[in-house]
Design a protein around this ligand. Structure first.
Ligand code: PLP
Length: 389
């Protein structure tokens, strides 16, 4: 008798977890590792959020909330869209979820029947194909390169048949690329003409450097939009996100939410009410990321990393290391990451965590850390490259 589901064979681990494991071991040995692999802000939760959480505990706000979330938070998020994107979103269409990850489960849950196909970009966020597969759908990874600004477009999707959904991410992980409003509108129209659903992961919204990121809702009121409190709002561990769906999907989302989670964390929801009063502080943090971004970009380029598309959002740089690998006779980006960790005590993420397309020639570096640590990381990488080359 088989013990666990066959479909688990197709669910990939996060390879960066192996890097994380090794980082922990090195740290336990007392080694100082520069960590450029992490995907979360180093900034602490804003103080007003902590105060609101304490107040919620004192008021014993510890029972389940409605499955769709507390009305006050859904209202605040609706106002946020009005303020940031000039769009009116009925709070009734906003569902509070356990992280953006929970929102994905609900979105794919209401969308996918067996073998329904959803396209997304490769490189892209690694959980997409795994969640689509788990829910019975078929992930369709579409290779994108620097010339495509690492984003999907009608041109890229031409010839990709039988799609149920197209998933876009802007700003993107791992490339930090932004999709312009024009491109969003064009892609949305292309999909609508063909009866294809549009899903937009906007979790890095607010963390942008050259221009504001658009929300797909500005062009497409019928799209499914996912966002959350983990990135710009710096609340990763509170596990809180949201999902926006067309009005006729709300009841189905509610039923799924009741069955899958009952509701998002009550304390986190009350705490998050206060985060909208901390927006000035959060915007300051984005200025710090920008400084980090510029230093890391210049430093990496000097070291021979190729970065054809400057990241305009999120806090990652996706670098082509093919020229470096050739020069140093290192066979793959995996091996480079391994050696940088062991020999230079710098942790970065290998490209294969983000897909298959030219993955062994790319790495991702995160700059959601202190500037001083980034400078130290660059120094160590320079020493390593001088030693090996
Ligand atoms: C593109 C993207 N979407 C979604 C998530 C998940 O976010 P959450 O912490 O809200 O579940 C991440 C986390 O790194 C991400 O990079």
């Amino acid at each position: 008798m088989k013990r666990w589901a066959d479909k688990l064979q197709a669910i990939q681990p996060f390879h960066v977890m192996e890097v994380l494991q090794r980082v922990k071991e090195l740290q336990t040995e007392g080694k100082d590792v520069v960590r450029l692999e992490v995907g979360e802000p180093e900034f602490a939760t804003p103080p007003k959020v902590l105060q609101a959480a304490h107040a919620a505990i004192e008021q014993d706000l510890t029972r389940y909330t409605p499955s769709l979330g507390i009305p006050a938070l859904r209202q605040k998020i609706s106002q946020w869209y009005e303020q940031c994107h000039g769009v009116q979103v009925d709070p009734g269409r906003i569902i509070i979820t356990p992280g953006a990850s929970g929102a994905f489960l609900l979105a794919f849950g209401i969308l996918l029947d067996e073998r329904d196909r959803v396209a997304f970009s490769d490189p892209g966020y690694p959980c997409y194909p795994n969640m689509i597969r788990l829910l019975g759908g078929e992930p369709v990874a579409v290779p994108v390169e620097a010339d495509d600004n690492y984003q999907l477009s009608p041109k890229k999707l031409d010839g990709v048949d039988n799609l149920r959904g197209v998933l876009i991410t802007s700003p993107a992980n791992p490339t930090g690329s932004l999709m312009s409003g024009e491109s969003m509108a064009e892609l949305s129209q292309w999909c609508r003409k063909r009866g294809i659903h549009r899903i937009s992961d906007e979790i890095y919204q607010g963390i942008t450097y050259t221009q504001k990121a658009c929300s797909l809702l500005e062009f497409d009121d019928d799209a499914i939009v996912i966002n959350g409190f983990s990135k710009f709002f710096a609340m990763t561990g509170w596990r809180l996100g949201w999902l926006i769906v067309p009005a006729d999907a709300v009841r189905s989302v509610e039923i799924l939410s009741q069955n899958l989670f009952i509701a998002a964390s009550t304390l986190s929801q009350y705490a998050a009410l206060a985060v909208f009063d901390e927006v000035d502080r959060l915007r300051q943090q984005v200025l710090c990321y920008d400084q980090n971004r510029q230093v890391l970009l210049a430093g990496l380029r000097e070291l021979g990393f190729r970065i054809p598309v400057e990241p305009a959002g999120a806090f990652y740089i996706y670098a082509d290391v093919k020229p470096l690998l050739d020069r140093l006779a290192i066979p793959s980006a995996d091996e480079l990451c391994h050696r940088l960790l062991e020999e230079a005590l710098v942790a970065i993420t290998p490209g294969r965590d983000f897909g298959q397309f030219r993955a062994s020639e790319h790495v991702r570096l995160s700059y959601a850390t202190d500037l001083e640590r980034i400078q130290e990381g660059l120094r160590r990488m320079a020493q390593f490259l001088a030693k090996v080359g």
